[in-house]
Design a protein around this ligand. Structure first.
Ligand code: HEM
Ligand SMILES: N[C@@H](CC(=O)c1ccccc1NC=O)C(=O)O
Length: 281
């Protein structure tokens, strides 16, 4: 091809005129998305930092969408549909986990160049991250406080807390399927309060894990939940390791102790009885 005229895809019909047609950029609102990177310093790596967070927030938006749909599907008895969505949520977290490799290329010296520009802002104030935690079942109303200045965000997070979580939906399905989960969970109405770990629920999962062929769909649901939490834990671990690598034991811009706060969060369990039951099998 060297020396020949460059190929013109219009000759095979590629549309080239978008004055009166919806284009790729129109459909995807690309001008708005690509105009939303506003570094506050002249540091080269601030663009990486901004794009890393923005892309994470976009993936988290999809995860929230899929989790809500999965919860609805479980509620409506379409558990196979829920599997598909929960698999997708786990894959999204796999994607977010790989993304840390890009951020890890930033050294402490490079981050220090623009860290002061971040003020008191922090991922601690990510309302979509909180939505994921609340939806999954980690109900801690203290995490609402940084959003008090945003009534719209507060209303969305409070609405999530007012409804059963993904784990609650799974437990209610067990109960409906004839596997008792105990009165505390079966008769629960205050969805915003953290639920207490329960031996009855461990027994319920044990029934399922001891006879997978009999309870195949519930067995598959249990494993989808464990998968989700497995990937979620890996995200937390990647975060704390990247943070230590970049800022050591410095206090966080959000005001927490930083790495030691994040280490404490590694202990939070979303679906505690699903982990406990393994010891008893
Ligand atoms: C240079 C990279 C990063 C550093 C140094 C860092 C540091 C921190 C620190 C110190 C905290 C504790 C809260 C505080 O006091 O600020 C935190 C929380 C958090 N960060 Fe990051 N972070 C980084 C990247 C990211 C990325 C890429 C995300 C993805 C969206 C993220 C999301 C979060 C979330 C959701 C929390 C709250 C965690 C919780 O409360 O359990 N961070 N981060
Ligand atoms: N908490 C971080 C700052 C930080 O990472 C951050 C700041 C603004 C927007 C997103 C952030 N990412 C995660 O916490 C720090 O203490 O350096």
């Amino acid at each position: 091809m060297s020396g020949s005229k460059p190929y013109d895809p219009a000759t095979e019909g590629a549309e080239m005129s978008f004055r009166e047609r919806m284009s790729y950029g129109d459909y995807l609102s690309l001008d708005r998305i690509l105009d939303a990177q506003n570094p506050l310093s002249t540091a080269h790596d601030e663009m990486l930092f901004i794009i890393q967070h923005q892309t994470s927030e976009l993936w988290i938006k999809l995860a929230v969408h899929e989790m809500r749909a999965a919860m609805k599907a479980i509620r409506e008895g379409r558990v196979q549909n829920a599997f598909k969505m929960l698999t997708r949520v786990a894959r999204i977290f796999e994607q977010l986990n790989s993304a840390w490799d890009v951020l890890r290329t930033m050294t402490p010296s490079e981050y220090t160049e623009f860290r002061d520009s971040l003020g008191q802002s922090s991922g601690f104030q990510s309302y979509q991250y909180r939505a994921i935690e609340f939806l999954a079942g980690n109900r801690n109303a203290a995490m609402l406080k940084p959003h008090a200045h945003r009534p719209d965000v507060m209303a969305k997070l409070e609405a999530i807390l007012a409804e059963p979580s993904l784990y609650d939906e799974a437990l209610l399905l067990l109960q409906r399927s004839g596997i008792p989960i105990g009165a505390a969970d079966a008769e629960r109405t205050d969805w915003a309060a953290p639920r207490a770990e329960s031996q009855d629920v461990i027994e319920a999962w044990k029934t399922i894990y001891q006879a997978p062929e009999k309870y195949w769909a519930l067995y598959e649901l249990a494993e989808k939940l464990v998968d989700f939490e497995d990937y979620f834990r890996r995200w937390r671990f990647n975060h704390v390791t990247t943070v230590e690598r970049i800022i050591g034991l410095k206090r966080g811009t959000g005001g927490t102790s930083g790495v030691s706060y994040l280490r404490k969060m590694l202990e939070v369990e979303l679906f505690p009885e699903l982990w406990k039951v393994r010891t008893e099998l």
